[in-house]
Design a protein around this ligand. Structure first.
Ligand code: NAP
Length: 244
């Protein structure tokens, strides 16, 4: 389905990003990933890409650093020959009482979630062939915030709604689609399904269960493939019904 395509997944060293990487490689794409510090984890993901018969590339690139992101895009094109699919997934989970959130934390979170997605999409679009795909990973907390302590995170993820719709308009003439996938509670190191808050989060879902990283990856692979050609500017929520 994605044979001959090249993807770049930010934050591909573990969790949802690693599952998206696996899904894209299994669908036939060569996949480059970025990570912040987990070089050994990224090498494991690389080995799994290569086990599918596809080419991989792992690069350290801090999502808070626009130059490192631009360099990662350029290196993907230089090493893998082209760029067809960008997944802006790298993320952090600042959480805590409103009164304790510093202006520096606001700037950093907006840089990692919003500015990074903007800069990487902007750089990727200059290389992307017509018919490319940009997929941003948001959060169900961008739609509704059912518990306190997440104001900054929610604000940073809701910025991706405007980014995605704007990209859909700017890049539509080249048949490049831009979409947003909002995961709900998903079993990763960021939010383990057996963590201290897990039972509470589960109780907000309609289905009574966490998502797996593979659940999120399946929607991303659908959007990246030919079946996604007329989906653009959309937000798709995969949250076991938390926002139902
Ligand atoms: P995770 O397990 O903590 O993995 C985070 C990934 O992002 C890792 O690959 C990490 O790299 C990378 N990363 C973090 N900060 C970075 C930075 N400054 N520069 C570059 N890479 C960075 O998280 P996850 O649960 O898979 O989350 C993935 C995305 O889904 C995030 O955007 C998150 O907000 C979103 N999301 C998650 C949930 C959930 O319940 N898990 C729910 C809604 C939305 P290293 O391995 O090098 O640290």
């Amino acid at each position: 389905m994605l044979n001959g395509k090249v993807a770049l997944v930010t934050g591909g060293s573990r969790g949802i990003g690693a599952a998206i990487t696996q899904g894209l490689a299994e669908a036939g794409a060569d996949v480059a990933i970025t990570y912040a510090t987990a070089a050994a984890r990224a090498e494991e993901v690389l080995a799994r890409i290569e086990a599918t018969g596809r080419r991989g590339l792992a690069m350290a690139a801090d999502a808070a650093d626009a130059e490192e992101l631009r360099a990662a895009v350029a290196r993907t094109v230089a090493m893998l020959g082209r760029l067809d699919i960008l997944v802006n997934n790298a993320g952090i989970a600042p959480y805590g009482p409103l009164a304790k959130v510093s202006p520096e934390a606001v700037d950093h979170t907006l840089a990692v979630h919003a500015r990074a997605a903007f800069v990487t999409a902007q750089a990727a679009a200059t290389h992307m062939a017509d018919g490319g795909r940009i997929i941003n990973i948001g959060s169900s907390l961008a739609e509704r915030v059912p518990y306190p302590g997440w104001t900054l995170y929610s604000m940073s993820k809701s910025a991706l709604i405007g980014l995605t719709k704007g990209l859909a308009r700017d890049l539509g003439p080249r048949h490049i689609t831009a979409n947003l996938v909002h995961p709900g509670s998903t079993d990763t190191e960021m939010n383990p399904a057996d963590g201290p808050d897990a039972d509470g989060e589960r109780s907000y879902t309609a289905l009574g269960r966490y998502c797996t990283p593979a659940d999120i990856a399946a929607t991303v692979v659908h959007l990246a493939g030919p079946a996604g050609r007329n989906i653009t500017g959309a937000a798709i929520t995969v949250d076991a019904g938390t926002t139902a």
